[in-house]
Design a protein around this ligand. Structure first.
Ligand SMILES: NC(=O)c1ccc[n+]([C@@H]2O[C@H](COP(=O)([O-])OP(=O)(O)OC[C@H]3O[C@@H](n4cnc5c(N)ncnc54)[C@H](O)[C@@H]3O)[C@@H](O)[C@H]2O)c1
Length: 424
């Protein structure tokens, strides 16, 4: 049995038999991590992983198609972790390294499917950024492959690992806000005219060769080199669902978590490119977007996002008949009882206002570090992941339904039995 098979066996045995089995592993049996995609999220994650699991993992390899980010990632691993990782431009080569136990996949949305499937087939545990995949069908492929593989997969909807949201879920369960039939969720942003939304900086030295354009395109339609598409992929349907799969999925996911829901029954979405209409801006994805969802148990989610005013920031507001629970900017939780002008029942009047702040009360800025830790501990056989591919797919379905409704200008229904959608 080589080291990797040993890790594999102990992890599986631990899930079956409980954490004690893990004690058999030597202190030096660190989990070897390969990191695919060290752009914005990946680069930040190298640091967070050090906080999440300083002693149980090593980043032994990184992969990125842009040479500039690959060099930056290597430097960062050396600085933060103190070792020099192997570097790859082709993720298949990284996956072929049998000493790698687990991979982060932090690449654009349209690449998630092929990379996750290949990683699972190569026998790796996977941390896969949200959205699970670029389409509903691709998401189901990943769920199926994961079930076959027996590997530990965490989807990057990290709000589930945030203590604030866990607290909110607990308060809902305790009955603090009574029945909940209506939720408002939103993400608003703004920026100066010379800094359009999602037009991230293109490194001045980037070119067709040092970004390996064909590898970026992957399964997407072929087209000529375009640095806007490479670095600002969220603006184009070929690589992203825009607001629906980039932002909204985080929020429907966490409402699912707090209110014990899974997939919507129906969605109607509307929006357009209203704010960032400058000459030469060829974006596809809306900057103004609303989606109304119906869920089982008579629940409506009213979602909106706009990139031209950030007054109200980011939030999920659970509007219960007896009180409101809000998590704002993933930082602050507020509970306010519904007093009904003094006519509320005494048990409701007795409920005190609550304000909890992530950094102050839990020492957390958001759930990302806990989410990494949860994945590592699940690989070590000590915990279960909180965002499995099934859960990630439920969130992704809500996002894809919004995109499909918007693009087709129709209401869309989800058939849970048949696992498919239809328009009405
Ligand atoms: N969970 C969160 O809160 C959160 C926040 C931001 C981003 N994300 C997710 O993380 C993922 C990456 O987003 P980002 O903002 O870091 O994007 P990014 O464009 O900054 O980074 C993507 C990286 O992938 C690299 N890449 C492209 N094609 C590749 C290929 N074929 N092989 C290897 N590397 C390749 C790019 O060079 C780039 O470095 C997305 O799925 C995004 O939705 C999640």
């Amino acid at each position: 049995m080589d080291r990797r098979d040993f890790l594999k066996t102990t992890a599986t045995a631990a899930v079956l038999a409980g954490p004690a089995v893990i004690g058999a592993r030597g202190a030096n049996d660190k989990i070897n991590i390969g990191w695919i995609g060290v752009g914005t999220r990946g680069n930040a994650g190298i640091d967070w992983l050090k906080k999440a699991a300083p002693d149980t993992v090593t980043i032994t390899a990184i992969c990125d198609t842009f040479q500039g980010y690959l060099a930056r990632g290597k430097d960062r691993v050396q600085t933060i972790w103190g070792n020099t990782p192997a570097t790859y431009n082709n993720y298949h080569d990284l996956l072929a390294d049998r000493s790698i136990d687990a991979v982060f996949i932090m690449t654009p949305e349209h690449l998630h499917h092929d990379m996750a499937i290949a990683a699972l087939r190569a026998g790796k545990h996977v941390y896969l950024e949200k959205p699970l995949a670029h389409t509903i069908e691709e998401g189901f492929d990943i769920v199926r492959e994961w079930k076959k593989s027996g590997k530990i997969v965490q989807v990057g909807t990290q709000n589930r690992s945030s203590s604030l949201y866990k607290k909110a879920k607990e308060m809902v369960k305790q009955g603090m806000i009574g029945d909940v039939h209506f939720v408002r969720a939103f993400w608003y942003r703004n920026s100066t005219d010379d800094n359009p939304a999602w037009r991230y900086v293109i490194p001045p030295d980037a070119n067709e060769q040092n970004t390996d354009w064909p590898k970026f395109l992957g399964p997407a339609p072929q087209r000529a080199w375009d640095p806007h598409r490479y670095y600002q992929w969220r603006l184009y349907w070929d690589y992203s669902g825009g607001i629906s799969t980039d932002l909204l999925v985080h929020q429907t996911d966490i409402v699912n978590f707090m209110l014990d829901r899974t997939v919507p029954l129906a969605c109607m979405a509307s929006g357009g490119i209203y704010r960032w209409t400058g000459a030469g801006d060829d974006r596809d994805t809306p900057d103004t977007f609303s989606a109304i969802y119906e869920y089982s148990g008579k629940l409506q989610i009213n979602y909106s996002s706009y990139f031209g005013n950030d007054q109200y920031g980011y939030g999920e507001q659970l509007c219960g008949n007896e009180g409101t629970l809000e998590v704002m900017n993933r930082m602050d939780l507020y509970f306010t009882p519904q007093l009904l002008g003094g006519k509320a029942p005494d048990r409701v009047k007795a409920r005190q206002l609550v304000h909890l702040n992530g950094p102050k009360d839990f020492g957390e800025r958001d759930g990302a570090i806990n989410h990494f830790r949860n994945w590592v501990e699940a690989i070590r056989g000590n915990e279960q992941v909180i965002a499995s591919p099934e859960v990630g797919q439920q969130a992704a379905i809500s996002g894809h339904m919004a995109t499909l409704s918007f693009k087709n200008n129709k209401k869309i229904l989800w058939d849970e039995q048949g696992q498919k959608y239809q328009f009405v």
